[in-house]
Design a protein around this ligand. Structure first.
Ligand code: NAD
Length: 299
């Protein structure tokens, strides 16, 4: 892209490090979040503050959103003082939030009416990869628009894969979230079994992580389970949202998702226990409840 100006809306766990990497790469950022402390944090590393999403979009050929779910994206893009009020025809909106593919298609159609092109470009990799700029980015929309903004995406990620038309990025992300949720549940179940049977979970981790059972999820989440660290990371409430979107989408195309439904209900129980803002690795607490066994190791 010739023009180096970007608007960015949504400065949470993911948005802040993504903005930091764009600033580092030399882009001029105008940012907005409903939390003023997040805007102040971004100002401290060189971003310019906006007073609403429309203001963040004004004069910028590219606007990025990184918000919790579709209602937040709809408000920020289509609402009063929203991005579509601030942008000019020809601008590109990249929604990097994880939302339902159906919502991506709807928002994309509304953008199109104003001459704004939209990509859905959700990410995987979590906070550590957002910090390193090594996210995996999955993209839906028009191929030429993807080609136009690929360099921007690669400031935040180590890969950006074009997956198809509008909504294809978020369909890919839902598949990703199903795998992650089921993998966390499998780890929680297996490590509780080991601990209850008298084997040190830390040694189990060392023994199996290099074998077929090993995974990026295991490497990232099992150490958190063993340390009893529930600081998000990725919040349980956000994973419930993704699994609900996956089930909705699955039902829409006639695919039952029995395992996804089960893990979603386990997370829902933890939400009811006040753990909605905890990291999704706190799923281990479901097994603590069932078995009375904790894998947490002191010291
Ligand atoms: P977060 O809750 O930390 O951040 C969301 C931010 O959006 C908050 O700062 C909030 O104040 C802001 N916000 C909400 N409504 C707004 C509005 N109308 N206008 C402006 N700002 C608004 O969430 P997060 O962890 O950064 O996740 C963001 C998205 O990325 C979600 O869709 C999530 O599923 C996805 N995601 C998260 C991770 C992760 O590990 N955290 C990984 C991959 C994908």
């Amino acid at each position: 892209m010739k023009n180096q100006k970007i608007g960015f809306v949504g400065l949470g766990i993911m948005g802040i490090p993504m903005c930091r990497n764009l600033v580092k790469a030399g882009y001029e950022l105008t940012v907005y979040d409903i939390r003023t402390e997040a805007v102040r944090e971004a100002e401290a590393f060189g971003a310019k503050a906006a007073v609403n999403p429309g203001d963040a979009a004004k004069g910028n050929p590219v606007v990025i959103t990184m918000l919790p779910n579709s209602p937040h994206v709809k408000t920020a893009v289509l609402g009063e003082n929203g991005i579509l009020e601030g942008t000019e025809p020809g601008a590109i909106l990249i929604d990097m939030s994880s939302v339902s593919p159906l919502a991506s298609k709807e928002i994309s159609r509304d953008c199109e009416k104003k001459g704004v092109k939209m990509l859905d470009a959700p990410v995987s990799g979590g906070e550590p990869k957002a910090v390193d700029g090594t996210l995996s980015i999955m993209v839906g929309g028009e191929r030429e628009i993807f080609d136009e903004v690929r360099d921007i995406l690669l400031c935040m990620g180590s890969s950006a894969v074009y997956c198809g038309g509008a909504g294809a990025g978020n369909t890919t992300k839902l598949a990703n979230q199903v795998v992650v949720a089921l993998n966390i549940a499998a780890c929680a179940e297996a490590f509780t079994l080991a601990k209850a049977s008298g084997v040190d979970p830390g040694l189990v981790f060392d023994a199996v992580r290099g074998g077929l059972a090993g995974s990026t999820v295991m490497d990232a989440k099992v150490p958190m389970m063993i340390r009893g660290n529930v600081k998000p990371g990725f919040k349980i409430d956000l994973h419930i949202k993704d699994l609900l979107n996956a089930m909705d989408t699955g039902h829409g195309v006639g695919v039952p998702l029995p395992l996804t439904a089960q893990v979603m209900e386990m997370l829902q129980l933890l939400h009811n226990d006040g753990l909605g803002q905890a990291d999704h690795s706190a799923l281990i607490k479901f097994y603590e409840k069932l078995s009375g066994v904790s894998v947490v190791q002191e010291g």
